[in-house]
Design a protein around this ligand. Structure first.
Ligand SMILES: [Zn+2]
Length: 305
């Protein structure tokens, strides 16, 4: 028996929504507005503190720095820092198109996870546009890295992520987690996992003028065999879940939802970006085609009553 599946359409937000928070690295307050956008816009940032060259597209080929987060820039060198947790929320909630207005150069860190951004998206809700949704369908295995740290995208029917991390820290150690990003799994399994850092690195980062906005309110801080945050962890394996959240956010710069399976070990922003560049370097690796099924959490995201 055959059935004709209904077309799957691109999405955007129903209306604008704003928040204010501190930039993790700059330490300055920034106001951010998530706004609806027409089909085929993708996710674009707009620096409202500038009068020219203010648009920065969130695409893998606009990534210019991956040292402590994912930084993008346009041809004029205008930058936006720390986009990955917001990008993960868009991908995880099935938002294809949006304009992100910022009155500074860094996305606010909020609580260090994607949960506050998911909340904003859910508050305004997501709507269909009239253009069909496209996906990047992975056609053959593409691998980057070395024997220790590596990342692979391989063919699969849905978007799945699988990661192992191994830290020389008694509270982290070796952790492995795998998520199929369907039916709201991003929200329940990854969205609340916070970024983390080590006490021994804090002074170094601060002296370099980085992490000025970092605090126990937006970061898990590990000091030897102790977690300094009073309330402890949100998931037993919050560390690997956050690294998976970063993978989802970094892969969201592909410009389309991905139909494929990510498998990685000890990845970070640099390797995630290298993987996308490797995929798009050879047209035999992928095809851009109509989406076959609604994306991740789209069916569970609706406007607040
Ligand atoms: Zn992160």
């Amino acid at each position: 028996m055959s059935s004709i599946k209904p077309a799957v359409f691109q999405t955007t937000l129903n209306e604008k929504i704003s928040c204010t928070g501190v930039g993790l690295h700059s330490g300055t307050d920034v106001t951010m507005t998530l706004a609806p956008a027409p089909a085929n816009t993708g996710i674009q940032f707009r620096r409202t503190d500038l009068t020219a060259h203010d648009i920065v597209p969130a695409r893998f080929d606009s990534v210019v720095d991956t040292q402590l987060g994912t930084t993008i820039a346009n041809e004029a060198g205008v930058r936006v820092l720390t986009i990955e947790h917001l990008m993960a929320a868009f991908a995880g909630c099935g938002v294809d198109n949006a304009i992100v207005e910022l009155d500074g150069e860094e996305v606010p860190i909020m609580d260090g996870s994607s949960a506050p951004f998911v909340k904003l998206i859910e508050h305004v809700g997501v709507k269909d546009l009239t253009c069909k949704r496209k996906v990047v369908r992975i056609k053959r295995d593409v691998r980057v890295g070395n024997t220790d740290r590596h990342a692979t995208l391989r063919p699969a029917d849905t978007f799945e992520v699988d990661l192992e991390i191994d830290f020389d820290s008694p509270v982290i150690g070796r952790q492995h987690h795998r998520v199929r990003l369907i039916n709201g799994a991003f929200k329940s399994e990854l969205a609340s996992a916070r970024t983390f850092g080590f006490m021994k690195d804090v002074e170094t980062l601060r002296s370099m003028g980085l992490s000025q906005g970092g605090s126990l309110d937006n970061c898990i801080v590990v000091d030897g065999d102790v977690i300094l945050n009073e309330d402890g962890l949100r998931y037993r394996d919050e560390f690997v879940r956050h690294k998976l959240l970063d993978v989802v956010g970094d892969l969201a710069t592909a410009g389309f939802a991905i139909e494929g399976r990510f498998e990685g070990a000890k990845t970070g922003h640099a390797l995630n970006n290298e993987l996308l560049r490797a995929v798009f370097a050879d047209p035999d690796n992928y095809e851009i085609s109509d989406a076959r099924a609604p994306m991740p959490a789209y069916d569970v995201v609706s406007a607040a009553e």
